[in-house]
Design a protein around this ligand. Structure first.
Ligand code: NAG
Ligand code: NAG
Ligand code: NAG
Ligand code: NAG
Ligand code: NAG
Ligand code: NAG
Ligand code: NAG
Length: 450
């Protein structure tokens, strides 16, 4: 299978690390996180560092990268037009209730026509290595990203919001041996904002609901581990040959057979500039955490149905020397979860309980840009109810494609609204449904990692 160690494999999911400090612990957690079958723990192949990279070379030599996606979302409640109508304008604008779709704009549309022209010129020279190198910063400005400013985010600076103060969470384990800092603030988002985001997410999911999700894996071994785990009886019989050619995805009919067997959380994304809310929110974050929009990626709204969590992982890549990695994470809980769904930092003995409007901010990397493995955390499975969050990652070193929406890959062939389900490394990943096939920000990242 293809493996590219210079590419982060999980940048659009919860993040992960190629190594893990507490395998036995994770083994225990495994069953509990988003896996439907009640039996057998697969204890075989586990030690490979699998990066979910699907690489294909298009005409210009573009890299395609992915994990899977797709799912059978439960039917979201009807979007209540009355309620949406009463939401503040900034939340209404996040989504168009009638269409249920975010106002997607391609990066080029956001950047404007002149950039589009420049971009097409650059594309035609994509195989020219010196052109690619110039996009790394230090060289000429890449005309595709005229506004890009290289920037390092190596610290956070928390400040209160009106009368509302951050609480620094007490770390009781590894206290003298961690750079990680964890903060919470209640009411960081208002109830109306939280509800609006939940509704936008549900409306968006509903739009994709008629379409069979295509399930993709970070590698062949990963695929076998997941299939073995759900005990369908065909894990031994499915091989890379069953992937849609040029991808690491099962075809539509095989994907369908996994509906209801593999479980997953659901993410829909929106990007900077796509709604007034995105601007308000990122400024609020900047004003109160010091996390700069220029280092921020996309905004991801994620829901966890009952029984689903996300296994222990880091948001940065352990041992990575590349500083284009996730320095800090901000996550806001959008609802109260009846039971379960806590965010647990196992190396630090910290557990945060979801509460509508509560923000959780933590650092994953130290101020020199090294991934700190004491930031290992998991989303505990939801025991009762459902959990909604919005999260955004801020990168230590930014890069031009960060936070830009691009068109998805050509393969696999699929209907335009077919979602993807990405199943990441079995040990420290989980499956997640995505509304988009966009990881060109990663391919750009890869291209620059020469
Ligand atoms: C570009 O660089 C790669 C190695 O990074 C090399 O294999 C390839 O031949 C180069 N292509 C050109 C057109 O210089
Ligand atoms: C490669 O890029 C350099 C610098 O932009 C340019 O001078 C050169 O002509 C290009 N070569 C090709 C083969 O396009
Ligand atoms: C973990 O935290 C709990 C309460 O927050 C405390 O009672 C316990 O002693 C801590 N364990 C360790 C190993 O620090
Ligand atoms: C951590 O360091 C402080 C002072 O530097 C010390 O008082 C404390 O005992 C240390 N705690 C542990 C668990 O090593
Ligand atoms: C401190 O943490 C690092 C990982 O960040 C670990 O390798 C090391 O063993 C730890 N040292 C102590 C004294 O716990
Ligand atoms: C999907 O793959 C399986 C196994 O290779 C094959 O039997 C089936 O016909 C394929 N389905 C479609 C729709 O291509
Ligand atoms: C952020 O701070 C600036 C400067 O104090 C202020 O003008 C702006 O309204 C604030 N924005 C938000 C969303 O908090």
């Amino acid at each position: 299978m293809k493996r590219r160690n210079n590419v982060k494999s999980e940048v659009d999911t919860n993040g992960k690390s190629p190594a893990n400090p507490s395998k036995s612990k994770q083994r225990k957690e495994k069953r509990a996180h988003g896996l439907a079958s009640k039996d057998k723990l697969y204890s075989g192949v586990r030690n490979k560092l699998i990066f979910i990279v699907l690489l294909y070379v298009a005409a210009g030599g573009a890299f395609l990268y992915w994990h899977g996606m797709g799912s059978t979302p439960e039917v979201p409640p009807e979007v209540d037009e009355e309620i949406l109508g009463s939401l503040p304008q900034d939340v209404k604008d996040l989504d168009l209730p009638n269409s249920g779709v975010f106002r997607k704009k391609s990066a080029e549309a956001v950047l404007g026509e002149s950039v589009k022209k420049a971009a097409s010129k650059v594309k035609s020279k994509k195989t020219n290595n010196s052109t690619v190198r110039n996009t790394q910063g230090g060289g000429d400005k890449d005309p595709r990203y005229p506004n890009f400013e290289p920037r390092i985010q190596s610290s956070i600076e928390m400040s209160d919001m009106g009368g509302n103060a951050w609480t620094e969470v007490e770390i009781s384990k590894n206290r003298n041996n961690t750079s990680v800092r964890i903060f919470t603030m209640d009411d960081f988002l208002t109830p109306r904002e939280c509800d609006g985001l939940v509704k936008a997410h549900e409306a968006h999911m509903k739009q994709h609901e008629p379409f069979q999700p295509i399930i993709c894996f970070s590698g062949e071994d990963t695929m076998k581990e997941y299939l073995r785990d759900v005990n369908l009886g065909w894990s031994g019989g499915v091989w890379r040959a069953d992937w849609t050619q040029g991808t690491q995805c099962l075809n539509e009919s095989l994907s369908r057979q996994l509906n209801g067997k593999l479980l997953w959380s659901h993410s829909t994304s929106f990007y900077p500039g796509e709604s007034p809310f995105s601007s308000t929110y990122e400024m609020r974050v900047k004003n109160h955490t010091g996390l700069d929009p220029r280092n921020g990626g996309k905004f991801q709204i994620t829901s966890y149905p009952q029984g689903v969590g996300y296994k222990l992982h880091t948001d940065c890549t352990e041992g990575n020397t590349d500083k284009r990695d996730r320095f800090a994470t901000i996550l806001v809980y959008l609802n109260d979860v009846i039971e379960g769904g806590e965010t647990q930092f196992t190396e630090l003995n910290v557990t945060i309980t979801p509460k509508r409007g509560r923000a959780l901010v933590w650092t994953n990397m130290n101020n020199e840009g090294h991934c700190d493995v004491t930031s290992y955390h998991q989303a505990s499975p939801v025991i009762r109810g459902k959990k909604f969050i919005i999260q955004r990652w801020y990168y230590f070193e930014n890069f031009p494609a960060l936070g830009k929406r691009f068109d998805g890959p050509e393969l696999p062939h699929r209907s335009p609204l077919a979602p993807r389900v990405a199943c990441d490394r079995f040990d420290s990943g989980s499956c997640r449904w995505y509304d988009e096939w966009n990881f060109d920000h990663l391919t750009d990242y890869a291209a620059r990692a020469i």
